[in-house]
Design a binder for this molecule. Structure first.
Ligand code: C2E
Ligand code: CA
Ligand code: CA
Length: 648
């Protein structure tokens, strides 16, 4: 008897300690953690009731003993169910899909009913008038249910072994082995009540290993980190529940880091996080150094987020007044509505990226993004969706901007520029949709579309007969990371029976510098076949000049920012002159883009180091028909009987 009590006493102490640790260290409303907490409580109940039903007979009325025993059987029967749900919470098969799980819970419901009935009838146990315990006629049911759940757990583990981390699998397997052993020992030696103690030991091992909150907690602030927040948001997002997410971006994080130093800044953020935790009913997360998100508890009340934002605004402004202006934290914040603004966690995070770039008032401690900014974010989402299906929807088309050749004073080529027109948003500028397409990967399909359109145009329009030498196509960085890009370009050219020199590719200076050396091989392959490679927007990035010279680049396109202030600004003239001079000495052909005025042209033409000019001065981007007409007119002029006819 002594020994039995001793095991249960140990179990009570151990689980109580684990509970204290749990509440002290961490509490988050995640299924995994909540179910673990349920397991701890069930274990505590079963240990206490087991202990009490051994100690109390003779000291307490029989009805109290019946109640305690019934509670023991309830907790005992519910433990395997909770363990099963805990395992489910580690998989995709989580509690958000409760209806799929409900069939598995029938035994638990029956157990609860039988436990309650046991208070009045001899079902799970019988008690003598002096309180002595005997097993009841239906106690075997509890063992059948336990077996059922254990098999369900093993089945779930096998089915989802790739989803559940190794350590967690191991700890659950150990849990099962120890619990089955404990049940057998208890069946064989009814006086040796060790189940609660073994269960407590297994829970302790889990709590110290796999239930480690550090993975989802931001260490300095003790609030959720990005993965913790994603954990929190996945269920409501996948259920397409309507809820709001508030965000706060510490706009001047990096400036403050310089002024205050990392440690003091982190301390300030920690104090701020403490304030947030204790003064609002919301759940906060730090999803990046300087970005915080919050949602109302349980995602129930949409208005709460708005109220919290106003409260924070007041608190923030008041608390920061004591610091000098450069040491004040400047927050930019707003509210996003899910799933309208963002329907996945990745989307939400990319909206925060844009929010971080959105303009805010420089000097305010707390700038609430206005509807215009949030509208920008929403527009981003709209364009993002349109871009993904743009090729299939037929909303893309290609315009061509003619390029003037200074050597023979005529248009000789053109640049293909992509355009997008949607029913919902009308014409969308490439400056808006190209970066979005680069982010979501749709640019790959778009480049293929431009390539096919250009090749078809060159084959069918007859423009080759009017003297066009080539059409330039823009490649994005993402295109260049595709190993088959050069093959795709060459295939398309061949399928249209074109000379490779008729198509050329442009790659921006920034892309060129940021790509791995392997891109050289891809572009060299193109160059070897006769497809020219141009470097675009030269002068806007940080070129690796040695790399530029090593690579067989045919033409360097000087960015329009280098010509804008020509000829007025002396500095601009120095920069442009030296760039042109350098390219000449490197034996690169040069194309200057963005030429808009006669003065700019007059500056460039007399020099003989600018080979091509592209700009509104000559022509804006135009349709296929207009480009054909332009080249046809030019051709017929130069072929008409005139002193120039020889050049035809
Ligand atoms: P980019 O490759 O530098 O293209 C030149 C841009 O400058 C074009 O703008 C063109 O219309 C504009 N432009 C030409 N002459 C002048 C001028 O005299 N003054 C001024 N202010 N602008 C001039 P667009 O068509 O709006 O394209 C913007 C950017 O979008 C392009 O810059 C390019 O980076 C990107 N883009 C366009 N089409 C494609 C494409 O098919 N693929 C990829 N990856 N990017 C594209
Ligand atoms: Ca270009
Ligand atoms: Ca350019």
């Amino acid at each position: 008897m002594e020994q039995i009590i001793w095991f249960d006493v140990c179990a009570v102490i151990l689980v109580a300690l684990l509970l204290v640790l749990y509440y002290k260290k961490f509490s988050a409303p995640f299924q995994k953690y909540t179910l673990f907490l349920v397991l701890l409580w069930l274990n505590l109940i079963s240990a206490i009731t087991s202990l009490a039903s051994f100690v109390l007979p003779g000291h307490a009325p029989v009805w109290v003993l019946r109640l305690l025993n019934a509670l023991y059987f309830f907790a005992h029967g519910a433990t395997p169910t909770a363990l099963f749900l805990y395992v489910c919470s580690l998989t995709d098969y989580n509690l958000t899909h409760f209806h799929q799980l409900s069939a598995w819970l029938v035994p638990s419901v029956i157990n609860t009913i039988l436990s309650v009935l046991s208070i009045f009838f001899d079902i799970y146990f019988q008690l003598d008038p002096d309180g002595t315990y005997h097993r009841g006629p239906l106690i075997f049911i509890i063992y059948i249910f336990t077996c059922f759940h254990f098999f369900a757990i093993v089945y779930t583990l096998i089915q989802n072994h790739s989803l559940i981390p190794r350590l967690e699998q191991l700890s659950i397997h150990l849990f099962l082995v120890f619990m089955v052993s404990a049940i057998f020992i208890q069946l064989l030696f009814p006086n040796l009540v060790i189940e609660s103690f073994i269960c407590a030991c297994c829970l302790m091992v889990s709590q110290l290993t796999v239930q480690n909150p550090e993975q989802i907690i931001d260490a300095p602030t003790r609030i959720l980190n990005k993965s913790g927040f994603s954990y929190l948001l996945v269920p409501p997002l996948s259920d397409r529940k309507d809820f709001q997410v508030g965000f706060m971006i510490l706009d001047n994080y990096y400036a403050l880091e310089k002024v205050l130093g990392f440690d003091i800044l982190e301390q300030r953020i920690q104090t701020f996080a403490d304030y947030l935790r204790t003064n609002t009913g919301c759940l906060f997360a730090r999803v990046e150094n300087r970005r915080f998100c919050f949602v109302s508890q349980g995602f129930r009340d949409n208005g709460t987020v708005d109220a919290v934002l106003s409260k924070l605004r007041e608190a923030c402004t008041a608390r920061q007044a004591k610091y000098p202006a450069p040491a004040r934290m400047q927050f930019k914040c707003g509210i996003l509505r899910c799933p309208r603004d963002a329907s996945s966690f990745t989307e939400l995070m990319s909206l925060l990226d844009i929010a971080a770039q959105a303009s805010g008032s420089e000097n305010a401690c707390f700038t609430r993004l206005d509807d215009g900014d949030v509208a920008k974010l929403r527009r981003y989402k709209q364009v993002d969706q349109l871009v993904q299906t743009a090729v299939e929807d037929g909303s893309l088309y290609v315009m061509y901007q003619p390029i003037y050749c200074t050597e023979n004073h005529r248009f000789c080529s053109a640049e293909a520029l992509l355009r997008m027109r949607s029913k919902a948003l009308g014409e969308i500028s490439p400056a808006e949709f190209i970066p979005i397409a680069e982010r979501n990967g749709a640019i790959l399909k778009m480049t293929q579309f431009v390539l096919e359109t250009v090749c078809r145009f060159l084959r069918t329009s007859g423009i080759q007969e009017y003297g066009i030498r080539r059409v330039d196509i823009n490649l994005s960085t993402l295109d260049c990371t595709q190993t088959d890009i050069s093959q795709r370009i060459l295939n398309c050219i061949r399928e249209n029976n074109l000379l490779p020199s008729l198509v050329s590719v442009e790659l921006t200076e920034t892309a060129f510098s940021s790509l791995p050396e392997s891109i050289n091989r891809t572009l060299t392959a193109l160059s070897r076949e006769g497809v020219r490679v141009l470097i675009d927007d030269y002068g806007t990035g940080y070129s690796n000049l040695s790399r530029l010279t090593r690579f067989p680049l045919d033409i360097v396109k000087i960015d329009k920012s280098l010509i804008t202030d020509i000829p007025g600004s002396a500095t601009a003239r120095i920069v442009l002159d030296n760039t042109l001079e350098m390219m000449k000495r490197l034996r690169k052909k040069v194309l200057v883009e963005g030429v808009e005025t006669q003065e700019q042209l007059d500056y460039l033409l007399p020099r003989n180091d600018c080979n091509y000019i592209q700009g509104y001065y000559f022509a804006k981007p135009m349709s296929e028909e207009e480009l054909v007409a332009l080249f046809r007119d030019q051709h017929s002029r130069s072929c008409s009987p005139s002193p120039d006819a020889a050049s035809c």
